[in-house]
Design a protein around this ligand. Structure first.
Ligand SMILES: Nc1nc(=O)c2c([nH]1)NC[C@@H]1CN(c3ccc(C(=O)N[C@@H](CCC(=O)O)C(=O)O)cc3)C=[N+]21
Length: 304
């Protein structure tokens, strides 16, 4: 916890007495992170005479991906980076995509490379992830970076889990010895999330679709992070009284409304802090992408 600005909903103080049922405002906290990055970028430009460069590659026309990648491009330019979006047709071959990545790997003005997922079926995702230079892998998806995180030598860490950790820090709750449950075991959220929580000395349980009595496991959690992609799956009575709940889900319900993996309305009555969807983890993911890009730029000029 630092600074005088509160990112909690309802005018709650950022530290001290914890009000019940507080929404954690990810949008406000993301703005704070972006302001920090903007200052860092200015220092980089002053020292190195060029802005950090972020190159985002989108293959195909998926409507949501078009919006997200435009947002990433825009957000990077807003903090003073040189952000660029490469839009490739859906028919782009795997070899063509790998060529484009190789060119960006070799370009000294490129500090960060992000290939938007999912990719079209004819392109092997793992090959593409492994083609990005680990030093420019601002998603933190390369096996080298996953391995570094798992062995306690983290450099570029996946953006969503990093954002979740920052949201948890904002609550003022200590993770030391706390029981953390991560629901979902993906390589891009669940697994790196568990590594970060473990690194903060939480006792971590990884739960998933095969977990027996998932509600009972969730009820053990002082900190519950849910990343499964199922609309409002986690109900209020799965939540331990006073828990911190981080909802990574981005789903559309039957009426087309954006919602998380947690039934926020019922969970709010038991959680002390909970992230809304939208306006929770999503904005933090983009802010942490910018942070990773700045970090990659500094590391590259230092020869790290
Ligand atoms: N290589 C790669 N890296 C990614 O980081 C990546 C990806 N591929 N593919 C897709 C997912 C999804 N993702 C989101 C980021 C921010 C919001 C976000 O800002 N959401 C807003 C709402 C946006 C809306 O209204 O649709 C919010 O939660 O408030 C959402 C989704 C990054 N992803």
């Amino acid at each position: 916890m630092s600074g005088s600005q509160s990112s909690l909903g309802g005018g709650a103080p950022a530290s001290g007495v914890t009000p019940p049922n507080s929404l954690l405002d990810g949008k406000a906290l993301a703005q704070k992170v972006r302001d920090e990055v903007r200052e860092d970028v200015a220092r980089f430009v002053a020292k190195h005479g060029r802005p950090p460069g972020l190159d985002v590659i989108l293959v195909g026309e998926d409507a949501a991906s078009v919006v997200y990648t435009r947002n990433k491009e825009k957000a990077s330019n807003e903090v003073g980076m040189r952000g660029r979006l490469h839009r490739l047709p859906a028919e782009t071959s795997e070899a063509e995509l790998l060529d484009r990545i190789a060119a960006l790997n070799a370009d000294e003005t490129v500090d960060g490379i992000l290939v938007q997922l999912p990719l079209p079926k004819h392109i092997r995702e793992d090959l593409v992830i492994e083609a990005v230079s680990p030093a420019k892998d601002v998603d933190g998806f390369h096996p080298i970076n996953a391995g570094r995180l798992a062995t306690g030598k983290a450099s570029l860490v996946p953006c969503t889990p990093t954002g979740c950790m920052r949201l948890i820090a904002e609550t003022g709750r200590s993770l030391e010895g706390a029981r953390a449950v991560v629901v979902g075991r993906s390589n891009i959220v669940g697994k790196p999330m568990a590594m970060l929580l473990l690194g903060a000395n939480a006792t971590v349980t990884m739960a998933h679709s095969r977990t027996k009595d998932l509600p009972a496991v969730c009820r053990e959690a002082d900190v519950l992070v849910v990343a499964v992609g199922r609309a409002r799956m986690v109900k209020g009575d799965w939540i331990k009284e006073g828990a911190v709940v981080i909802d990574v889900g981005m789903n559309r319900d039957e009426s087309g409304k954006l919602c998380g993996d947690v039934d926020t309305e019922s969970a709010r009555t038991r959680a002390s802090f909970i992230t809304p969807v939208p306006g929770g983890v999503g904005p933090m993911t983009i802010a942490c992408l910018l942070q990773n890009t700045a970090r990659a730029a500094w590391a590259r000029v230092a020869g790290g």
